[in-house]
Design a protein around this ligand. Sequence first.
Ligand code: FAD
Length: 334
Amino acid sequence: FDNPLLQGAVSVDAVLGTAMGPRSPNTVFTYLHRLVGASYGYQGVSQVTGGMGMIGQALAGSAQNEGVDIRTTAKVANINLDGSCVEGVTLESGERITAPLVISNVDPVTTFTSLLGLQNIETGMARRVSQIRNNSGTAKLHIALNDLPQFTGLTDEQLGHRLIIAPDMNYIERAFNPIKYRECCSAPVLDISISSVNDSTLTSPGKHVLSALVQYAPYSPVGGWHQHKQAFTNVVIDLISQYAPGLRTQIVASELCTPADLEQDYGMTGGQWHHGELTMDQVLMMRPFPGCSQYASAVDGLFLCGAGTHPGGNIMGLAGSNAAAEVIKRGNPT
Ligand SMILES: Cc1cc2nc3c(=O)[nH]c(=O)nc-3n(C[C@H](O)[C@H](O)[C@H](O)COP(=O)(O)OP(=O)(O)OC[C@H]3O[C@@H](n4cnc5c(N)ncnc54)[C@H](O)[C@@H]3O)c2cc1C
């Protein structure tokens, strides 16, 4: 275990999606959390054919077969109350939908603060909501390529595996340090996937898509992302190019999604992909906060079912499955 490359690779799995360095307290837990899939027998590259969106489509198809009516592009503006009980939601369009149960997949801070309103919950609970930490240090770079990039020393088949740039723990620690001061690092840690190598449905023949989790990116860099985004994108592409020298000539388009973009586009507070950091005071029976850890909230009829609840995020479905079981156990209100 003394090999710096191995230490770097293990450390990456401990810090992905966090704003923590490899020596930060708590990263043993985040590492074990990453390994949950292995306990179900999954090893190596796990990739959804057709892209992540196919999971949503499969779930939607299954629900629709049971008669569920799904509304998209229908953003919820408010969760409505009748006294202390949930009465339904109001959409941004102004449409009101009445329902005895509201099951929120939106992160707990947004659910209680923006949608329900802290003024509508008990003071102690409001304080606990406002103390949930949602820091993230992860950005994502997407690149469309007109050919398969050539990484020095790797075969085309090997390009279908995770490609990690994290030569040792100190490199990761140095990449982490600048976000403490709201700065971008000059040598980020990268977890690169070229998913089109294993899945030809993602692109037209001969074309490829490369994505990279970029660790670390600040949520709000000094001066704002408009000042730093292009330069930081170049830092990441230049770094990949050190390993894949012809990459720049193959790029058709690229986009960098910063933590602030993830918050803006998907409503994840802080761009935190677990909807709340996986720290010891925010996990297990304290997730999302004490008194709200069994999917039912203190507000009658309001349940949580997303990554902000136990056991946290990543595409594993356990939080939703547990929440469904809890809703069924409690029965439908009349
Ligand atoms: C860049 C990135 C890469 C990742 N890579 C991986 C990976 O490779 N493997 C993995 O397992 N996990 C990965 N994750 C983590 C994983 O995507 C999340 O943990 C997971 O999606 C959380 O699922 P969720 O259903 O609880 O919440 P979300 O997926 O965040 O879904 C919440 C939904 O609510 C919607 N919403 C928000 N506000 C409102 C509103 N007011 N009204 C209506 N709808 C609203 C959002 O648009 C969103 O669709 C990644 C996350 C990110 C950000």
